[in-house]
Design a protein around this ligand. Structure first.
Ligand code: C5P
Length: 222
């Protein structure tokens, strides 16, 4: 470890997209690469934390020292996280969880016939809100809010609605955020906030971890 700020602390991180099957060969997903979450995992490891990384389908090597749990669907990610969360001190939800899944994925490959096809989608559980609602052994909860517009207003709303300790808001679209090598964040908490300017995802992960550790210790009376 580079330093010992998180020695003895356990951090649970979700990263990447989820993949929601439509039939045995097709799925709905999104453009998340998992880079930001993996970079945060590395930063936590460098600060001496014990890290569990719950990853959707991504093409990234496991940061040395992290315990990795691979999942595909939001339901699988939800199950893995709810099982792990009580044994962790911090939960950092970077995953771009699909909001909806097919109500009934087809058991056989869908055939083309009619000119239009409708697929019924149902809401996925909100993993971060579920962890933040734990009444016992609730970790310090950090969320992300990727928005194309009104970034700060939506993030403030999300902070309160999901009962988070910290939210990191970023602008996406037009080459920002997803699939970009750098990123900028507005980090917000109940009584304040700080801007982290555009920089590489690795440097940003380190700057963000400084804020997370400060707020985490502040909320634990350190
Ligand atoms: O509501 P929205 O999807 O914008 O919230 C984003 C934040 O919530 C991210 O931290 C994301 O990882 C988390 N999230 C989640 N489970 C969902 C949806 C979002 O954990 N089903």
């Amino acid at each position: 470890a580079r330093d010992d700020r998180l020695v003895g602390h356990r951090v649970l991180i979700t990263a990447g997209p989820t993949r929601e099957p439509l039939d045995p060969v097709r799925f709905i997903t999104n453009r998340s690469t998992g880079q930001q979450g993996f970079a945060i995992a590395e930063a936590c490891l460098a600060a001496g934390a014990q890290v569990t990384l719950v990853a959707g389908p991504v093409n990234l090597p496991t940061p040395p020292g992290a315990a990795r749990i691979d999942v595909e669907t939001a339901a699988q990610m939800h199950a893995a996280v709810m099982q792990q969360a009580p044994a962790h001190d911090l939960f950092i939800a970077t995953a771009a969880v699909a909001d909806y899944r097919a109500a009934e994925p087809a058991e056989r490959k869908l055939k083309k016939s009619a000119e239009t096809l409708s697929i019924e989608l149902v809401r996925n559980p909100d993993i971060l809100a579920s962890v933040a609602a734990l009444s016992e052994r609730r970790p310090f909860c950090v969320g992300f809010a990727a928005e194309t517009h009104d970034v700060i207003a939506y993030a403030r709303d999300k902070l309160q609605r999901k009962r988070l300790d910290l939210i990191c808001a970023n602008e996406v679209g037009g080459g920002k955020g997803f699939e970009a090598d750098d990123n900028a964040l507005h980090v917000l908490w109940d009584a304040g906030g700080v801007e982290l300017p555009r920089q590489g995802k690795r440097e940003l992960a380190n700057a963000l971890l400084d804020v997370i550790i400060e707020r985490y210790h502040a909320s634990h009376g350190a």
